[in-house]
Design a protein around this ligand. Structure first.
Ligand SMILES: Cc1cc2nc3c(=O)[nH]c(=O)nc-3n(C[C@H](O)[C@H](O)[C@H](O)COP(=O)(O)OP(=O)(O)OC[C@H]3O[C@@H](n4cnc5c(N)ncnc54)[C@H](O)[C@@H]3O)c2cc1C
Length: 399
């Protein structure tokens, strides 16, 4: 087993680390806004990233940088050190990454020309609208929004919430999941369709915070109302009834990208924890000399290494046996990594005392991100249920 990065990954890492020092960390304070608008500095960061050849790193194949998951993992980790700034600057931010993957894989040439091209160029943003406030959306078969065929159009009615990116005025298109045939078999009732933001009948009702944070450009989550929203039938992605299968295809990469970035968040938290522990003295000793703090530091290092190894294994499996073959490991990392990183952030906050809860360090915002990732892209319990089913299947008689 070879634990070294290959030459291409090393080259990207070196350039990305320099980009973080030169552009990303100095821009962080400009991203601390209470509003929903993307900070003005983002446009110049994107130009700098393009110039540095650090663009669309997440996307394998002809449309992106052509990196494998294993090559992208350590790079996404580095961007996770500043998750509100770096992924957006490099055009590697959710939910656009998943939407670009869907359009690259399932989009028609016309859909790719109209939406994928400007997304790849970083000219517009997009959102993915599945979750609904009225139903338990962790079970995607509950989704009730109707997408009904009417002549050459589809007409959409429904309500969505926590739709990431929708508060950003530059978010020009939504991929909406809804039911085209409620009477079909459970997993072929749903379809996905492209809805331009300015379509009549679509209302961005309100912004939704995450534990009080607007999430700015990184999130900007919103509640949406669809009232007789009419789009041409050619806006359907793939085939009628294919929505569930498309969701499954997008979630594998989306989940691992989140986990890769979480590792970077944990590394940053550990760095801050150690620096603070060495700098503060209580009761005649530095915090770094207190046994309990040493325990947190050691535990943090061990947990982050375990998490990283599991993420890298999942990435390697996605490259070698495909996303489907890596299903168990993708679920495993979605269960393990947000919790591990939430724990590390909690200890880093505690080490900082009151300052850890304030806007003077990035820790409180990072903690909220780790906490929300125990829900977003599926709650822990749902991943555990599905992993346990697969594990039990191995021992059922006759299987
Ligand atoms: C910050 C943030 C951003 C998001 N962005 C998007 C987005 O861009 N687009 C989008 O469509 N959605 C988005 N979501 C929504 C997210 O995907 C859903 O919240 C998630 O899938 C859970 O659905 P729910 O909220 O309806 O919870 P429910 O389905 O009502 O579940 C509630 C709780 O029930 C428990 N539970 C559920 N099933 C089981 C089970 N089988 N066994 C045991 N316990 C169970 C879990 O503890 C779960 O947390 C986002 C959410 C957040 C917080």
């Amino acid at each position: 087993m070879d634990f070294e990065y290959d030459a291409k990954t090393e080259d990207y890492r070196k350039r990305l680390l320099a980009f973080m020092d030169e552009h990303v960390y100095p821009a962080e304070s400009s991203f601390h806004t209470d509003g929903w608008e993307p900070p003005a500095i983002l446009a110049s960061l994107k130009e700098a990233a393009k110039e540095a050849g650090l663009w669309n790193l997440f996307l394998p194949g002809e449309h992106g940088a052509g990196l494998t998951n294993l090559q992208y993992a350590p790079l996404a980790e580095i961007t996770g050190r500043s998750p509100a700034v770096a992924p957006a600057a490099l055009n590697c931010a959710a939910p656009d990454t998943g939407n670009m993957e869907v359009l690259a894989e399932f989009g028609t040439p016309e859909q790719q020309e109209r939406w994928l091209k400007p997304l790849l160029a970083g000219e517009i943003r997009s959102a993915f609208a599945m979750t609904e406030p009225q139903v338990a959306s962790s079970d995607a078969t509950n989704i009730g929004t109707r997408i009904e065929r009417d002549g050459d159009d589809y007409v959409i009615n429904g309500r969505k919430f926590y739709i990431t990116g929708a508060m950003n005025p530059n978010c020009k298109v939504f991929i909406v999941m809804g039911k085209t045939d409620p009477d079909a078999a459970r997993h072929v009732q749903q379809s996905q369709i492209l809805v331009p933001r300015d379509t009549p009948g679509l209302t961005v009702k309100r912004g939704m915070t995450v534990m009080g944070y607007t999430d700015g450009d990184h999130g900007g989550h919103a509640e949406l109302i669809f009232e007789n929203v009419r789009v041409p039938a050619t806006n359907l992605i793939g085939v009628e009834g294919g929505g569930f299968a498309i969701s499954q295809a997008r979630l594998g990469p989306g989940r691992i990208h989140h986990c890769m970035r979480l590792i970077g968040m944990a590394e940053r938290a550990l760095e801050l924890m150690c620096t603070r522990a060495l700098a503060r003295t209580t009761f005649g000793k530095t915090l770094a000399e207190q046994g309990v703090i040493q325990d947190w530091i050691a535990e943090s290092r061990v947990r982050v290494e375990q998490a990283r190894l599991l993420v890298l294994k999942a990435a390697w499996l996605m490259d070698t046996v495909g996303n489907k073959g890596a299903h168990t490991e993708i679920q495993a990392i979605k269960i393990v990594v947000p919790s591990a990183v939430e724990w590390i952030l909690d200890k880093a906050i505690q080490t900082h005392g009151a300052a850890g809860l304030s806007q003077d360090t990035p820790l409180a915002g990072l903690w909220a991100s780790a906490r929300m990732l125990r829900l977003a892209d599926g709650p822990d319990e749902v991943h555990k249920r599905s992993l346990a089913h697969r594990e039990l299947k191995r021992y059922r008689s006759g299987s």
